[in-house]
Design a protein around this ligand. Structure first.
Ligand SMILES: NC(=O)c1ccc[n+]([C@@H]2O[C@H](COP(=O)([O-])OP(=O)(O)OC[C@H]3O[C@@H](n4cnc5c(N)ncnc54)[C@H](OP(=O)(O)O)[C@@H]3O)[C@@H](O)[C@H]2O)c1
Length: 432
């Protein structure tokens, strides 16, 4: 413990930065012990001063660029969020020979290859445990615990806001809009909630996990992304009647043809562990060749959990463990399989006129495409019994089929004169 401290500069003084400062203070002695040396905050820089926050003796500045120029700073902790200035700071810090830790999944998903290369070339650490699933150490699990394994697939509930909204809709009958408003009031949603409910935040995180699991590039643009905005309470209820729950998942799966990368609402059997992950919690499951299925569950956001992951990176770097066993970008040529070529089961919700023979015609279209039906719900009573155009939903669950074939079948179903509105479809997956 006579070693010199690891000297850090923190950029940003918001939720996560305040959580980090509080944790460094609260657990100072055990952190020093585990790191083998003290972690000293030399500078904090952010847009707005917060005199009420204990900066642990660090200097405060509103000039975030200047703190990374300080010669005594060994490591820059980027916690301002956003994409432009944060990207500049990370690159600059690495170019100046500083280790970098960040929680910023957006910049990693876009530029992570560059950062890792800049760090590798200078024998520096670039660490980001907190960027995926907050307090759950999934990056450590991939890069350390499972380092000996071939990873086959990843399935994760990696956006707490979406999961909270789906849980509220299912368990408390809330509308999408009401549940989103509640998530914002409780502080769960990102500043721009479209990143959460549109699946972009989950796609950032899936990009990072897949890069580490499969040694591929950070390939955000190749992730097929669907959010939860179009889900109705009726879909959640029909899924329940069929024995499923709807979860918003990030899925990455390796095959001989390449890697599938997709983020979308998914029906999963009620009895599977991922189906029971409720509220704002996150969970990530890895299927790997030696360890089999492993599942990681916990808080995906919040000051304490996120700080836990950030400080773990600081301890790791202070202790000299910066170079991890598995890195992204080793096999940048891994192909991403177009979503049309992926396979899954499908839930279809077909709003149709309440006339005889409609279901039989829909079933014929599916069977003409070689799609077999697993289960059906046919309502006996129209949604609007008194109108001339009374319609009923025909709900069909199919066995796995390629998405391209399903697209063709859906185009024909949609063109049936009895179909009164847009058909909704949700993919179905059985993990394990
Ligand atoms: N919150 C979580 O639970 C969580 C979990 C995992 C990862 N993350 C990631 O962690 C990062 C930080 O999130 P957060 O929740 O702590 O955000 P936050 O509460 O909004 O804090 C951001 C901080 O950075 C400062 N800042 C923003 N833009 C700046 C600029 N241009 N120049 C100087 N300072 C600037 C803000 O100053 P003002 O006070 O003036 O706004 C604020 O102090 C993000 O990348 C986020 O995605 C967050």
């Amino acid at each position: 413990l006579n070693q010199p401290p690891l000297t850090i500069a923190i950029c940003g003084l918001g939720t996560v930065a305040q959580g980090v400062l509080a944790l460094l203070k609260r657990n100072e002695s055990l952190i020093t012990q585990r790191a083998g040396r003290p972690i000293q905050v030399a500078a904090v820089a952010s847009r707005t001063a917060r005199p009420e926050v204990d900066l642990l003796g660090a200097e405060f500045s509103t000039d975030v660029r200047s703190v990374i120029e300080k010669p005594e700073v060994d490591l820059v902790l980027e916690l301002i969020g956003g994409e432009t200035l944060a990207d500049e700071l990370v690159r600059d810090a690495l170019l100046r020979g500083k280790h970098v830790v960040t929680a910023n999944k957006a910049i990693i998903a876009h530029h992570g290859d560059d950062y890792l290369e800049l760090a590798r070339a200078r024998n520096l650490a670039f660490a980001f445990e907190s960027a995926v699933a907050g307090g759950i150490p999934v990056i450590g699990a991939l890069t350390r615990g499972l380092a000996a394994n071939q990873i086959n697939w990843i399935a994760g509930i990696i956006n707490g806001t979406s999961n909270y909204i789906l849980s509220e809709m299912a368990d408390n009958g809330q509308s999408f809009a009401a549940a989103l408003k509640q998530a914002q009031e409780l502080g769960y949603a990102e500043a721009d909630p479209t990143f959460d409910v549109g699946g972009i935040d989950a796609a950032h995180k899936l990009t990072i996990l897949a890069a580490l699991a499969f040694g591929m590039s950070m390939n955000f643009d190749a992730v097929y992304t669907e959010g939860i905005e179009a889900l109705g309470g009726d879909d959640i209820e029909y899924a329940r009647q069929l024995g499923y729950r709807i979860r918003h998942l990030g899925i990455a799966r390796r095959s001989e043809r390449g890697v599938e990368l997709r983020v979308h609402p998914t029906l999963i059997p009620q009895q599977q562990l991922l189906a029971s992950v409720d509220g704002v919690m996150n969970a990530v499951m890895f299927n790997s060749d030696a360890a089999g299925d492993t599942l990681y569950y916990g808080a995906g956001a919040g000051a304490g959990p996120t700080a836990s992951a950030v400080v773990a990176d600081l301890i790791d770097i202070a202790a000299g463990g910066a170079q991890r066993g598995v890195v992204a970008g080793q096999s940048p040529t891994v192909d991403v399989i177009p979503v049309e070529q992926t396979q899954s089961g499908f839930y279809l919700n077909i709003p149709s006129l309440d006339q005889p023979g409609v279901f039989a015609r829909a079933a014929t279209i599916l069977s003409d495409h070689g799609i077999s039906i697993d289960a059906v719900i046919q309502k006996e009573h129209p949604a609007q019994p008194d109108t001339e155009h009374a319609w009923v939903p025909i709900v069909i669950l199919t066995h796995p089929v390629s998405e391209g074939v399903m697209n063709d079948a859906m185009a024909q179903l949609q063109a049936m004169p009895e179909v009164v509105d847009t058909i909704k479809r949700i993919r179905v997956e059985h993990f394990g």
